[in-house]
Design a binder for this molecule. Structure first.
Ligand code: BYC
Length: 312
């Protein structure tokens, strides 16, 4: 079939909301964009385990510890679904992991900030998982089948994550004066980095226009960030804590909250590898990979043995 004809079939599927599947013809740039986004997303899930895992041994009760372990395990699962979805596009898992470990691949800026105390675990659940849900629910309708199906499952788990974080902060905010101050301090430190999770403003986002045409993205970075601010303001009021933004005001003409300017210099710096924890996160992943070598070897040897048994 001529390339024009293949392109026409692809365009028609996008128009009619028919999912593109791995064996379908697709434009090279569509494939590249998906590999880029899905692999970055998978890396984010894997690196995203680190700031929270740090608190598993220090969770204040057995119940909180069990919940946090389950949440961190969920993130590992999300990473694996996403690596599997990216593999269907022709990139190998080893290739993606190598890109992460050598520092070439991006992952979400948010995971380069430190978790200083227990309230940060609440703030991560509420804000980071909250931002993740805002961004990922529309991805359940992404045009690429394996990505959209992975996202449906991931979003179900993310909403439990968001609620557990909010509940930690609710408990702190109803506690002693010191506990309420911890909740406020965590919000102060996590608010602006959470807004950065949505990516650059639309006019500075090189990929949004094309990704919207391909129906990979359904909303722009700024649209999702605005929805997030609107939802969080109401939730912060319930907690009785204040969003650290003097410009946050209801705008009745726009029917949205106005909010202050994000520090894009900080965002660019974190992405470049100069955030507070970039080096620590990467070295934790590198040593986990090295220490896990015997597991990969054992799993491979076991798989070979099983294959021989089946053939025999
Ligand atoms: N951090 O043109 P743009 C989670 C990069 S949640 C680092 O707007 P796009 C989790 C972007 O990659 C977090 N880099 O790009 C939650 C691009 O770089 P390249 C992960 C960022 O792709 C709780 C450049 O800036 N979520 O996993 O159209 C616990 C230009 O940006 C960031 C996802 O990955 C950032 N914040 O839009 C555990 C969701 N923002 O590739 C885990 C899926 C932008 O040109 N991804 N960049 O070098 C997306 O929805 C989109 O990729 C984005 C960016 C909205 C993030």
């Amino acid at each position: 079939m001529a390339i024009e004809e293949l392109q026409e079939i692809f365009d028609d599927k996008i128009k009619q909301e028919i999912k593109i599947e791995p064996k379908d013809w697709m434009p090279d740039d569509y494939r590249k964009t998906l590999i880029r986004q899905i692999s970055q997303h998978a890396h984010s899930e894997i690196v995203g385990m680190l700031p929270e895992a740090n608190w598993i041994t220090r969770a204040p009760t057995l119940k909180r510890k069990a919940i946090l372990i389950a949440k961190v395990q969920d993130e590992a699962g999300h990473g694996l679904y996403l690596y599997a979805a990216a593999e269907t596009l022709g990139i190998s898992r080893e290739g993606m992991v190598d890109q992460l470990l050598c520092g070439r691949a991006k992952y979400s800026s948010i995971f380069n900030y430190p978790t200083l105390n227990w309230a940060d675990i609440g703030a991560i659940g509420w804000l980071v998982d909250g931002a993740a849900i805002m961004n990922q629910v529309p991805l359940c309708r992404a045009s690429f089948g394996p990505y959209s199906r992975a996202m449906i499952r991931i979003c179900k788990e993310e909403s439990f994550h968001q609620r557990q974080g909010y509940e930690i902060l609710l408990t702190l905010s109803r506690g002693s004066k010191e506990q309420k101050a911890m909740a406020q301090d965590a919000l102060n430190r996590w608010w602006w980095p959470s807004l950065m999770m949505f990516g650059p403003n639309d006019d500075a986002s090189p990929h949004t226009v094309q990704s919207m045409k391909w129906k990979i993205k359904r909303f722009t970075n700024d649209e999702l960030r605005q929805k997030f601010v609107d939802v969080c303001k109401e939730q912060a009021d319930i907690l009785g804590i204040t969003i650290p933004d003097p410009d946050l005001k209801w705008n009745k003409e726009r029917n949205h909250y106005d909010f202050g300017e994000i520090n894009w210099e900080e965002f660019r710096n974190v992405i470049k590898g100069n955030g507070p924890c970039n080096k620590e996160r990467l070295s934790a992943r590198v040593s986990a990979h090295e220490n896990g070598e015997w597991v990969r070897e054992a799993a491979l040897a076991h798989a070979k043995k099983r294959r021989k048994e089946v053939i025999a």
